[in-house]
Ligand binder design. Structure first.
Ligand code: HEC
Length: 105
């Protein structure tokens, strides 16, 4: 009887570990995708180091990007160009960039 419980415990622990490792790997993939998009479409203005954006909360970064993406007829030329950079990106891709910038040190 006791042995059976030990097996159940070992199994649950293994399952939890597996889930934790899986979700960490998934987040690394997301961050990686965010980095590629950022370097391609955003670094020209914000710089490879993204000084002003680094470490801000993911939600804040994603919200600002969505605001600018939806901005109606931005007056500033730079804002128009940033909007063009955001235009083809999905919500998931925007989230991934936010994740990347949040973690970048
Ligand atoms: C043509 C230049 C340009 C490009 C390209 C550009 N941005 Fe921007 N971005 C700006 C300017 C200008 C501002 C507003 C002033 C500021 O906060 O520096 C801004 C603001 C932001 C903000 C809000 C910052 C804050 O703290 O409120 C975020 C987040 C951001 N950009 C992310 C991005 C991402 C991600 C990309 C690529 C998809 C991108 N930008 C591409 C020029 C650009």
């Amino acid at each position: 009887m006791e042995k059976a419980w030990k097996q159940v415990c070992a199994f649950s622990l293994g399952a939890m570990l597996f889930v934790a490792v899986q979700s960490q790997a998934a987040q690394e993939d997301q961050t990686q995708e965010g980095r590629q998009i950022y370097e391609l479409r955003c670094a020209s203005c914000h710089g490879l180091e993204a000084e002003k954006l680094v470490g801000k909360p993911v939600q804040y970064l994603a919200d600002r990007m969505q605001d600018i993406k939806r901005m109606h007829d931005p007056l500033l030329e730079k804002m128009r160009r940033m909007q063009q950079a955001l235009e083809p990106l999905s919500d998931d891709q925007i989230e991934n960039i936010a994740l990347y910038l949040h973690k970048l040190q």
